[in-house]
Design a protein around this ligand. Structure first.
Ligand code: SAH
Length: 213
């Protein structure tokens, strides 16, 4: 579990790439410059960890591309103490970005293998999500709702209603919606029954699963 000056240098270069691609939120950039992404992926990809690319992790899943992580996180408008629900724990990298920004994070993963692996990994790098749950992201987490923000990190074929209903008024849901290609979609809850919807470009994610594995 080593983090060296070389890794830190590579991270600073990655941050420059993200700024060039349009990421502005200083807290997001600071989190990315602090987190040892190479520890979240298989050691055979370690040399490439700070390229702006997605990589395979266990159970045929991927760690999202840093640009995608930064883009989604920026849209969440996380503040210190924000209560955030993440659907798709995966490698835990996105979770770590939210924790670095001072959010209280509840994260759900539907693949048992990844759930177990990442749950054991968090304490090794000193990250403490509020809850790590093996469960179904389509249902959200009613017992801990409402949330300031909800982030979905898998491609959703449709927008699950429970996620909208688990937002605080003023809360934000960031979700990639679509089948082969997904449109990044932001919902802001403006009232009990009212939502503003914004579509923000195309991305590619692994699909949000319906069955437990
Ligand atoms: N945030 C992750 C991205 C992982 S890819 C990271 O930074 O590494 C998407 C993840 O969503 C996968 O781990 C996948 O198993 C998980 N997933 C897919 N469908 C899900 C569902 N219905 N509920 C919760 N997690 C799901």
């Amino acid at each position: 579990m080593k983090d060296t000056n070389k890794h830190k240098g590579l991270r600073n270069q990655l941050v420059k790439v993200l700024i060039d691609k349009g990421i502005k939120d200083k807290e997001v950039l600071k989190a990315i410059s602090n987190i040892p992404r190479h520890l979240f992926i298989d050691s055979s990809f370690e040399d490439f960890a700070y390229q702006d690319k997605a990589f395979p992790i266990a159970a045929d899943q991927t760690i999202s591309q840093p640009y995608t992580v930064a883009f989604q996180t920026e849209l969440l408008e996380v503040k210190k103490g924000s209560k955030v629900l993440e659907i798709g724990t995966g490698s835990g990298y996105q979770t770590a970005v939210l924790l670095e920004m001072g959010a209280k994070v509840y994260t759900i993963e539907r693949q048992k293998e990844l759930f177990k692996k990442t749950k054991l990994f968090f304490p090794k790098i000193n990250y403490k999500p509020k809850k790590i749950i093996f469960g179904d992201g389509y249902k959200g987490l009613p017992e801990d709702a409402p949330f300031d923000s909800i982030i979905v990190t898998a491609g959703a074929p449709f927008v699950p209603k429970p996620l909208l209903s688990q937002l605080k008024i003023g809360g934000r849901l960031v979700i990639p919606v679509g089948d082969a290609v997904q449109t990044m979609t932001l919902f802001v809850r403006t009232g009990e029954k009212d939502f503003e919807k914004l579509e923000l470009g195309d991305f590619r994610f692994v699909p949000m699963l319906k069955e437990k594995n």
